[in-house]
Design a protein around this ligand. Sequence first.
Ligand SMILES: [Zn+2]
Length: 104
Amino acid sequence: MIIDCRDQRTYFTDFINGELDYRKTKALLNHVSGCAACSADLKSRYLFISGMRAGTEAFPEYEKMIAQVTSKCRKEGILRTLYGMAGVVILFMIFYFLSGLIFI
Ligand SMILES: [Zn+2]
């Protein structure tokens, strides 16, 4: 899959505001980590926004913010995998239960 820089850049403001969903956040982090141009652009956008709101909100340093979001995203990924596995187990149990009812 080719990720378009222009697509990613439309999400920058939402990303900085913490309003991007898990999948888009993950895609954006993946892209930015491999794209120097977008990484620089995101950083300058972040510095601009955090500078404008410096009086009202606390913004961590850019690198720290990226590290925080990356770790949050990784945790959510693990949780989603676990929930997915739990879902499969539950489906299997339901199937097992129903087939027990049918075949016994
Ligand atoms: Zn890019």
